[in-house]
Design a protein around this ligand. Structure first.
Ligand code: FAD
Ligand code: EPU
Length: 347
């Protein structure tokens, strides 16, 4: 059923009882009580003004590739529809490009690389939209969004005004930002601006990136992009085939005392030293050692070659996926005294 509401001659298309199966990468067959996709600021602000009277819970959705719906959403889902790529600052070595929230992330990375606007190649093929990219400061293969982020525009629901937030205001960290923390639910990101280089600056330090680029006789940013795509395709399940949201958990930081205890029993535990006497341990390793690699309960399982990814093998519910993740967390906690934190946004 569809409701068309006319306010001040602006048409707001609010859909009722909207199916979300195509709007979440777990492929969960859930629904939103109301759904709207405002394509410009005027429609967005009119929508919010109208919704203010109803006081419904709000959820901003990108492409749903980092979200787990445990139930139907009994509120209004807003999927920003702002499009466009605009060069807003041009220097000899650098440039700033403003991109609409609803542009697909990987289409944007491909376009930028083709234009000779460099710096995002390592983030190729990450699913999702541009508007969501600052929310968890997306990262892969040795690069994080924050390195190329300049500023963003967002609607501040609290102050009811359009704001521009710079790097500092966004408080980026590992898979985190103000949008996942203290300002959760406060902003609707509408545009993101990136500071990119005209000169190639290949980042090859992570894992087997350099080896694979050499094997492919690659030298250019586009070659690097293609190598990253090939590595990702070899490791991660394609959500179109097997519903998933990428890494379900973050890689945990543990303090040195706990790390030393783990190392007594497992001298080969992989680790990355971090500031403040902390060690980052791959969650995939902890999950594997807890016996969960490739394990399946009903229609939910961990991916056989990357147990950090939880997969909907078909017909699972959000609650089943959530319960499965709880069991993994319990075992990792019991065996290693390490608390895993979900990366995926649970609704
Ligand atoms: P959604 O899932 O729609 O939303 C994510 C969160 O952002 C939600 O809390 C939502 O409310 C909020 N949000 C969305 N849009 C807005 C907006 N405009 N304004 C305010 N809040 C908003 N992530 C990585 O960092 N690195 C990876 O390598 C990686 N690999 C992945 C591989 C696979 C196969 C999959 C399925 C996921 C992977 N992810 C990875 C996770 C995911 O791609 C990113 O988190 C991505 O940024 C999510 O984008 P989305 O548009 O789908 O966001
Ligand atoms: N490992 C195991 N067993 C496995 C697989 C991996 O023990 O079966 C261990 C190995 O020690 C390996 C380590 O885990 O060296 C790291 O594995 P990988 O390089 O695949 O990376 P990851 O830490 O599992 C992170 C991100 C990914 C990102 C890749 C590449 C997080 C939570 N995940 O995964 O991001 O693509 O690095 O940079 O930081 C996502 O956030 O959704 C995501 C997919």
């Amino acid at each position: 059923m569809e409701q068309i509401i006319v306010i001040f001659t602006i048409m707001i298309d609010i859909q009722h009882n909207h199916h979300l199966k195509e709007l979440n990468s777990f492929g969960l067959d859930t629904r939103a009580a109301y759904y709207a996709r405002p394509a410009d600021m005027e429609t967005l602000t009119n929508l919010l003004e109208h919704e203010n009277n109803r006081q419904l819970p709000l959820l901003v959705l990108g492409e749903g590739s980092n979200i787990l719906f445990r139930n139907d959403f009994d509120g209004l889902i807003i999927q920003p529809g702002m499009k466009g790529v605009e060069l807003v600052e041009e220097g000899e070595e650098e440039l700033v490009v403003r991109v609409g929230a609803s542009e697909n992330w990987d289409d944007w990375v491909r376009f930028a690389t083709e234009q000779g606007w460099y710096g995002l190649e390592n983030l190729s093929l990450i699913p999702g939209s541009v508007g969501s990219s600052p929310v968890q400061n997306i990262g892969a293969y040795g690069v994080e969004l924050k390195e190329r982020f300049d500023w963003l525009e967002a609607w501040d629901i609290q102050l009811k005004q359009l704001v521009r937030l710079d790097h500092t205001a966004c408080q980026f960290g590992y898979r985190s930002s103000i949008f996942k923390g203290e300002a959760k639910g406060r902003y609707i990101i509408t545009y993101v601006a990136f500071r990119l280089s005209r000169k190639p600056d290949l980042k090859l330090e992570y894992g087997n990136v350099k080896t694979e680029l050499t094997k492919a006789n690659g030298t250019t940013p586009m070659d690097l992009r293609n190598v990253i795509i090939a590595i990702r395709k070899s490791k991660l399940p394609d959500p179109a085939q097997y519903g998933n949201a990428g890494s379900f958990f973050k890689n945990p930081m543990v303090d040195r005392t706990i790390f030393n205890c783990i190392r007594v029993e497992y001298p080969k535990v992989p680790f990355y030293p971090r500031a403040g006497n902390q060690m980052k341990i791959p969650a995939a390793w902890l999950i594997e050692k807890s016996g969960w690699k490739g394990k399946r309960i009903g229609n939910v399982g961990t991916w056989p070659t990357q147990p950090l990814v939880i997969v909907n093998y078909g017909g699972a519910t959000g609650q089943e996926i959530y319960d499965f993740s709880e069991k993994i967390m319990e075992d990792v906690e019991r065996l290693f005294s390490v608390t895993l934190e979900r990366e995926v946004n649970v609704i």
